[in-house]
Design a protein around this ligand. Structure first.
Ligand SMILES: [Zn+2]
Length: 190
């Protein structure tokens, strides 16, 4: 999730065999490409060097309801796409190649942000230009189960979409993407 080129506090490159970072001036302009070719569904990299935070931030990845990850590595540069090349699995703490296609050296590294994010600090207009692009990218709570049914999603998102569809959960918290941290659902904590 890239917005600020002055951001990285970690030693780069953090994944010299896997990730090539393309740092470009301007907000949301940097990106990452793959240094390897791997088959669909295979493990790309474990998620390591991260730390947990309680408040979501614009670059954080949601690990569970009320728990977020600061990736603290070059995995940070993996941007959103509506046809992502990677899956960020926060239960297994691993990044996998998307299950529907192989990854080739030089491919853009992307993941589907609503697969981890129930809400989003900064919703944005997607520029992935993929077929079926969702346009405005928001958290899974705002997009809803119907829009997300073709995507692989993390368990904590799947569970809350189920609750939402059953009317057990309000559609949005109405706080502009800021969630009430007190309302932690322990059943989806990892
Ligand atoms: Zn898109």
């Amino acid at each position: 999730m890239t917005a600020n080129c002055d951001y990285p506090p970690w030693q780069q490159p953090s994944h010299p065999q896997l990730v090539r970072v393309h740092r470009t001036p301007g907000q949301f302009a940097s990106y990452a490409t793959s240094l390897v070719s791997l088959p669909a569904g295979s493990v790309f990299s474990p998620i390591t060097n991260h730390f947990f935070i309680k408040q979501r931030t614009w670059p954080s990845v949601e690990a569970a309801n009320g728990m977020h990850i600061d990736l603290n590595s070059d995995l940070f540069y993996v941007n959103h796409s509506c046809a992502p090349s990677l899956e960020y699995d926060v239960n297994k703490m691993e990044v996998r190649v998307s299950r529907d296609r192989d990854l080739h050296r030089g491919d853009l590294l992307t993941f589907f942000y609503p697969s981890t994010e129930w809400h989003m600090v900064q919703p944005f207009e997607c520029t992935c230009k993929e077929r079926g692009c969702l346009g405005m990218i928001m958290g899974a709570s705002e997009l809803g189960k119907g829009a997300l049914k073709k995507y692989w999603l993390n368990t904590h998102i799947e569970k809350r979409l189920e609750s939402q569809a059953e009317g057990k959960m309000e559609y949005s918290n109405g706080q502009g993407g800021r969630r009430n941290v007190d309302s932690v659902d322990q059943s989806v904590m990892v």
